[in-house]
Write a protein that binds this ligand. Sequence first.
Ligand SMILES: Cc1cc2nc3c(=O)[nH]c(=O)nc-3n(C[C@H](O)[C@H](O)[C@H](O)COP(=O)(O)OP(=O)(O)OC[C@H]3O[C@@H](n4cnc5c(N)ncnc54)[C@H](O)[C@@H]3O)c2cc1C
Length: 510
Amino acid sequence: MTRHHKVAIAGSGLAALAAAARLHEQGVKDIAIYADGLGGTPYIAAINFVLPDNPYGDTPEQYAKDMLAAGYNIGNKELVREMAANTLRGYELLCRWGVTFAHNNDGSIKLRHVSGHTYPRSLCQTTNLIGVEIEKVMLKRLEEAGIEFHRHSVVVSLLKNDSGKIDGFTVIEEGKSGGEPYNVYAPVVVASWGGVGNLLGTSTYPDDVKGNTLGMAKNAGASLVDLEFIEFEPMVMMSPAGAVGEPCPTAMLGEGGYLLNSDGERFLLEVRPQGEAGAPKSLINHEIWKQVAKGKGNPHGGIWVDLRHIDVNILKAYPWFYNRLIQSGCDPKKELLEVGPMPHSFSGGIRIDSNYESDVPGLFAIGEACGGLHGACRCAGNAASQATLSGLLCAEGIMRTGELDRTVSEHPVVYNHDDSVRAKYLGELQKIAGHALGVYRNGTDLQAALEATQRIIDAPDTANDDLTAQTALAIHLIAKAALNRKESRGTHNRTDYPEQNPDYEKEFVY
Ligand SMILES: Cc1cc2nc3c(=O)[nH]c(=O)nc-3n(C[C@H](O)[C@H](O)[C@H](O)COP(=O)(O)OP(=O)(O)OC[C@H]3O[C@@H](n4cnc5c(N)ncnc54)[C@H](O)[C@@H]3O)c2cc1C
């Protein structure tokens, strides 16, 4: 089997949906989406847009400043300003495709104040997660508009021709017994396959985001940036068992919640006297780590969050969180919650230009698959905004490049799969990454990770399984980037280089 399209999109999360929607609006026909799940999108609670009637006097310029400041000034300024300048258009795109947002009783849009932002500018739904709403309404409308969805389809490699351009990708249908790999041809391929997934072991990511895609992009010749910046969600539930992995929204700090150590101290006030509300996630992670290092943490390696004094109706306005706690036998009105940092999203990825095209012609990257926007740390709710805006701006960039009219060439179908190789190496790779690439890192562990991943990359049997080889390469590159950055900045913390260093305020490309 072979398929041909004008645009082939890998992934069906928010970035993919936004790109497909905007391409369709511009009259592009023959768009197809290939994926085996919905990625992180259905879990999105907060999405930021600066709307003209923002009651706090917010502006796109302030939004750009907040993004750059939260990113420790190493986000790509041009891309950040472009994203912020188009914030309203991102909101309007979602509205045109049927997404609705929660309103206050007076009819104004409900805005929440989440980490890293000067003003409340985070939109939501209060009856369900906004990400569930987005997937539900947009998938249906896009299908009705003629976008092809190939579900249960996993992209396993990119097809690059002799002149260095991307001609499509190879796909397998997951779970289909006897499903043969086949090639999908398109002059425009959009990587919207999400972030690092479970490369580091336990995380908040769903299983369909595997992170091997970073290695796949590298194998196709794409340049990668900001690989050392993995976002750790600071307040993920560490107990009881039924709630482990559920992020306690940092918006709870904006609702009046606060963090406590084992002595019952509101330790964040020592470094942030104005209060916990709006505290950047990186700061929360650092301070939690310090409390744990001082022996003032909880038994699971985190701290506690106190929500007991918050009105129950406010807690219930986060139903996915409140209901999961109650169902797990934990009442946030009655008890302190054990929370701590876990890998959650990725600020690095494929390096892109202002059209969201990589330096391999024909390969575009959006959402968590691309890097450079968030710098060393992203503002809360901004992964979703970036997914929307990158999808929109990429769809418009594709029209400018002229790639749609390119003729593609045929390639042989090549796919190596060996379950015994996966069983042998994937668990070991997760252990290596989880140990070396946590919230705090050091040169000795990173060097060991670099060597251990290189050994697996070089092992003769690794070549028998593409997923394993790509996974090993992805972790190897992240370890290399983390080892090279000899400073502490944003989400990247080195115990051997605890200070921020101005020499590192430039782009490192891998
Ligand atoms: C629990 C949780 C809560 C979150 N909450 C928020 C929030 O409140 N606000 C916020 O801004 N961000 C949040 N995030 C982050 C946010 O979900 C992601 O950054 C966002 O969904 C990125 O959109 P995306 O389209 O780039 O990727 P995703 O939504 O992750 O979608 C990736 C897509 O790629 C597919 N895919 C993966 N590999 C392949 C492959 N090899 N071939 C084909 N398809 C592939 C996946 O199946 C999926 O369809 C949260 C993440 C998690 C995990």
